[in-house]
Design a protein around this ligand. Structure first.
Ligand code: ADP
Length: 361
């Protein structure tokens, strides 16, 4: 049985359903990331696991026990917040010790656990400082330390890196990944940042409007998104979407037309059987990093509009005769000029197809 299980969990605020029946599970030691746009219900879901929010329906199970109505302190979980939530008048040591003193842990044991957490987080020289004497990254480390000393069964992180600048965020992201490796504890992490989700997660749960859109490993979601929402959310820059119309149908293949295609149409293999008919409107998806500029086997003809040079790579914005602007990421500097006609190629297995409901075909 799974270490953490949510069974059709619902959260309702008046008439508004913030979480609309979410079921999922996490194995012991797994790093699960909830990701989705602001307001999709990820924090609410995390707070229901912590017990900080009552559920309106369904059950939360931790380590095979139903804890839906168990108070937070008895769930053996520790939560790290975006806001750090440190006590400003207490030293780092006392901040770390506070939770343990509340449950009457002996001072010897407190010293042992605080010292060990400080060692893991490399904050030993800071133990006598006050929070105001720390940088943002150091404060976040103390907040994580406060969770570590409690030796919880489950770590919950609510957007812990959102208040840090870009460089520190990358650094702390690596540290959290190492912490997970060192402790081997189950972690659930909430973020709106798909890069954090991709880099940290064993498994990602993509949420939208209080529902699960897809659950999978980072590579599963990247390679086989179930729908256009996941396809657009995972991957950066975002997947390009091109409107097309079906002109020929075979058992495992569809031919779709668009003025953007060389010769007006391309044939695409489907993932499995499908119910598509001639004349249906479908969306073709292509990731920017899979498009090849000045290809010997072009699939698209695009007119270059604007190029950004990022040092090692270029980001090119280009448009078909009749269709939306597409993004291409290309290694190196290609010296592309404005209004240049680009012959753009893509490997057939990198072309995605979505039906009118946005589901992958
Ligand atoms: P996320 O963490 O994905 O940004 P939240 O879980 O914070 O989203 O919120 C999910 C939805 O529930 C949002 O539409 C939000 O406005 C609503 N919501 C959150 N907390 C409350 C509350 N205390 N009262 C009413 N609505 C709330």
């Amino acid at each position: 049985m799974s270490f953490l299980r949510l069974d059709n969990v619902v959260k309702r605020y008046g008439e508004h359903f913030a979480v609309q029946g979410v079921s999922l599970s996490a194995e012991k030691g797994e790093f699960v990331v909830f990701v989705g746009p602001s307001g999709c219900g990820k924090s609410t879901l995390l707070r229901m696991i912590a017990g900080l929010e009552e559920t309106s329906g369904g059950d939360v199970l931790i380590d095979e026990k139903i804890v839906t109505h168990v108070e937070p302190a008895r769930r053996e979980v520790a939560m790290v917040f975006q806001s750090y939530a440190l006590y400003p008048h207490m030293s780092v040591f006392d901040n770390l010790a506070f939770g343990l003193r509340m449950v009457k842990t002996s001072e010897d044991e407190i010293k042992k656990r605080v010292t060990e957490a400080a060692r893991i987080l490399q904050i030993e020289p800071l133990l006598q400082r006050k929070p105001r004497q720390l940088s943002g990254g150091q404060r976040q480390r103390v907040a994580i330390g406060r969770a570590i000393v409690r030796n919880p069964k489950l770590f919950l992180f609510d957007e812990p890196l959102s208040n840090l600048d870009a460089e520190l965020r990358t650094q702390m992201r690596v540290e959290i990944a190492k912490l997970h490796r060192a402790l081997g504890v189950t972690m659930v992490y909430v973020t709106h940042d798909q890069i954090e989700a991709m880099t940290l997660a064993d498994r990602i749960v993509v949420l939208r409007a209080g529902r699960v859109e897809q659950i999978g490993t980072p590579t599963e979601l990247y390679d086989n998104p179930a729908n256009m929402f996941v396809a657009g959310f995972i991957g950066s820059p975002k997947m390009n979407f091109l409107p097309t119309r079906v002109t020929a149908v075979a058992e495992r293949q569809l031919t779709v037309s668009s003025p953007a295609f060389v010769g007006g149409a391309i044939a695409i293999a489907t993932k499995g059987p499908h119910q598509t008919k001639i004349g249906d409107d479908l969306t073709v998806g292509m990731r920017p990093e899979h498009l090849e500029v000045r290809s010997a086997n072009p699939v698209l003809t695009l007119k270059a509009d604007f190029t950004e040079y990022l040092g090692g790579a270029s980001q090119i914005y280009a448009q078909p005769a009749d269709g939306p602007v597409m993004t291409i990421v290309s290694p190196g500097r290609l010296g592309i000029t404005r209004n240049e006609d680009l012959a753009v190629g893509i490997a057939p297995d990198h072309v995605y197809l979505f039906d009118q409901q946005g589901l992958a075909i």
